[in-house]
Design a protein around this ligand. Structure first.
Ligand code: AMP
Length: 303
């Protein structure tokens, strides 16, 4: 089933305790699309400025990512983000966010993409996310991600948008920020009250927890030993998860659980290099190899 992602495609500067890398391709929809394309074709909708380096656009070449919806807007500047990780790489701060083209009118969803049934609203302004929902004809599953900036500056808009989505994928710190509740499960349940049917709380190296009105599923992260740059881990988790759901055309809890396993294995590839270089080098065999190891890790003899 067709899968569509909207969000940011931008240029990042990333500092880890070991290295500072300037002007690499990033953005929520970028990481999502590269990750999802390891499992299923993806339609990308985003706007960049005319300063967007053509070399970076080549990154999408040869992948099943349809970039018809990637608008290169004349006279505008590309979204830029500068993030810095602490010694504990689960913690980071945004040093600078230049919204640029993101603060202007959003790109339209091309006509040929409006029949998408699986839709991921990657991080961007919640009003823009709602505008995208209105353009989709018959969505089967709409899932939204958000982050601290939007919770801080557009809280009411975010709560309004949450009424129109089936699912949410969020970091633990962001569920706390949105609900003012300390513990993950109560805060996810409080988000269900806003409208969605499920919340997947991403917890970095501690895995992810699915919360629905009557079920709870906690899965670990895939234990990689090479953490180079965690940027995009959350988006690539969502990419793997949504691409699996679109490929099996299911949205039930059992499918969500298998989808989260895909997300965990694919996110573990993303963090092994800066930007999405490791995902770009990977193939389906690598994803299947990690899924096999993950399945083995989770099966407990005697249980
Ligand atoms: P993640 O590590 O999964 O949270 O995703 C990080 C990516 O999100 C980076 O490549 C950034 O370019 C992008 N990003 C950072 N801040 C924002 C924001 N406020 N809205 C949308 N995208 C963002």
């Amino acid at each position: 089933m067709p899968l569509l992602v909207t969000g940011t495609v931008g240029i990042d500067t990333v500092e880890t305790p070991l290295k500072r890398v300037v002007d690499i391709l990033g953005g929520s929809a970028f990481h999502f699309a590269i990750a999802a394309s390891l499992v299923a074709p993806v339609r990308l909708v985003a706007a960049v400025g005319e300063d967007f380096p053509p070399d970076l656009k080549k990154f999408f070449d040869g992948s099943p990512i349809d970039t018809t919806g990637l608008e290169i807007r004349r006279g505008s500047k590309t979204f830029r983000w500068h993030g810095k990780y602490f010694d504990d790489m689960n913690q980071r701060e945004s040093i600078r966010t230049d919204l640029n083209v993101i603060a202007e009118s959003p790109p339209p969803i091309p006509d040929g993409f409006r029949d998408s049934e699986y839709v991921f609203l990657a991080n961007t302004h919640p009003d823009v996310q709602r505008g995208f929902i209105e353009q989709i004809r018959k969505p089967k599953l709409i899932v939204l991600d958000t982050m601290d900036l939007w919770i801080n500056i557009a809280r009411e808009e975010l709560i309004r948008t949450l009424r129109h989505v089936h699912g949410v994928v969020m970091n633990d710190s962001e569920t706390r920020l949105l609900t003012n509740l300390r513990d993950i499960i109560p805060s996810a349940r409080a988000i269900l009250e806003f409208g969605p049917q499920f919340v997947v709380v991403k917890r970095g190296e501690h895995g992810a927890t699915l919360v629905t009105r009557d079920e709870l599923v906690a899965l670990p992260a895939y234990p990689t030993t090479t953490v180079v740059d965690p940027t995009g881990a959350g988006d690539s988790f969502a990419g793997g998860m949504m691409a699996y759901l679109a490929s099996v055309n299911r949205t039930d809890t059992a499918a969500l659980k298998a989808a989260m396993a895909h997300g965990a294995c694919i996110a573990s590839i993303c963090i092994e290099d800066f930007s999405s270089f490791a995902l770009k080098r990977a193939d389906k065999n690598e994803v299947n190899r990690r899924l096999g190891a993950y399945r083995k890790m989770l099966s407990i003899e005697g249980l």
